[in-house]
Ligand binder design. Sequence first.
Ligand code: GLC
Length: 586
Amino acid sequence: MALCAVAGAAGAPQSRAADEDGRRCMSAAECLERMTLAELAGQLTQVQNIHLKDPADLARYGIGAMLSGGERGGPGGSTGGSAAQWARMVEGYQRAAMRSRLGVPLLYGVDAVHGLGNVQGAVLFPHHIGMGATRDAALVRRAERVTRDEVLGAGMRWAFSPCVCVPRDPRWGRTYEGYGETPAIVGPLGAAAVHGLQGHRLGPHSVLATAKHFVGDGGTAFGTGNAARGYLLDQGDTRVGDAELRAVHLPPFARAVDAGVGSVMATYSSVRGAKVHGERRLVTGVLKEELGFGGFVVSDYAAIQQLPGDGFAAQVESAVNAGIDMIMVPDDYRGTVGAIVAGVEQGRIPRARVEDAARRILLVKERMDLFRHPYGDRRLTAEVGSARHRAVAREAVRASQVLLKNDGVLPLPRRGRYRIVVGGNGADDLGRQLGGWSYRWQGQLGRHTEGTTFRQALEAAVRGTGIEVAGSGRGDVAIWVGGEAPYAEGHGDVSDLALGEENARELREVCSRAEKCVALLYSGRPLEIGQELARADAFVAAWLPGTEGAGLTDALFGAGYGGRLPVTWPLGGGGVLPVGYGLRPY
Ligand code: GLC
């Protein structure tokens, strides 16, 4: 079945299977042959939808790519929006872009880091740290295939995922975007994610994947974060030698390249004081020449503005000369095109470098068959949020749960006359179980999309069983659900891993209402829970499970706990639970 919109399909935009008026270039080679320097520079430029001054600029400058960021990514700079609304928005941009002299389609990218977080109604999976707890590459591939279909259904063909970072300090706010603290965990799952999004090779059914952030972002030293933003680790300095960089942080990129990943995003962070975005030794020498990466390297959001240099044009030149192929500006696209053209004309950027970057970008577009199929797939729009997709996420939630303690209270009897009292700040808050990159960049408490909270799942699970669920009073079993409020990137950097007094107090209060107590912790990282582990009769690391809360209750009522720690879990006072720890009582 042709996935991309074809002439005549219901609601599908008219994408011309071939160039009818001889205007458009239809292959990388033909485009490169005909492109002017300014058009080559346009291909290297990515603009964020909210910063597009005039849709006609897409054709005027031959812009190669656009993005919706984590915030206000929807139609007209809105937050949220349905898949159909997003598809209409993106198709409009694509039609405008293809009015350029050579009609080259643009790539439209979005962060789909645990499903299509910006789009309301999309299915959101456990964040990567939870998927890492499954150790299940086949499940990761199936999950990313669902995400691929939802990205296509929302009209897009590029996801800035998977993050194949290797988080080494859980105080980092992006710990949950990593699958685990070792390359042995991250590598296979990152490769599986690439296959889920792209298929076994790029083609008309693909969503372009992005291995990010090259290289070493998970190894930054505490206290070296971007001080201007108040970050403690994020965008900081990875102070390791090449031996550790190659042993820990590089292997997942090698696995992603071997899996055929079409794009790599550079990291904001530095290696031994040198910003990676300006490091030709790493971006060109290691990634392209040593690992043989044949796709394109995209800068991170406004990252080149962090490079040393006398003004924006100098930063553009530095990044392009280092091997950055596409500049995620995301705003001054006119200045970016101008800087590249001037850099070449004045001899500061070799024309061959710009041609190589454009070639990489155009070859990815050709391999995705974007010239003939420039749109997503309206046939999949109705599948966004479908029961079939949610079932995959529910399975992933259950498989991600790590049972840290069980004094015999689990599994809970599926039937019988007993009373469960449930409480805690996460018991009925969808936003807390989603985490960051959900509806908004930083996430948002409350209900802003479709999904099942823990409380809703529990009430559904006990319906007709004789079990009673209450939010107050005493019970036979108490269940506390709570944890971190949502965050993303450096905004989640912390100086310690304390659970926090609110959570500790709520857990004590809820557990005081029954003889037996079960604790479920929503967190993007391990937190120090020594006292709470002692207080509860069972304790589950639930991570940030996403929209399908029923996966949590499936495990509680006997479907079993399959998860194993993907990170070392400090208990406070020097105790730890090691990577790989996880009880399997049934
Ligand atoms: C962010 C992140 C990156 C994301 C990009 C676009 O700052 O570092 O992971 O893909 O911007 O939203």
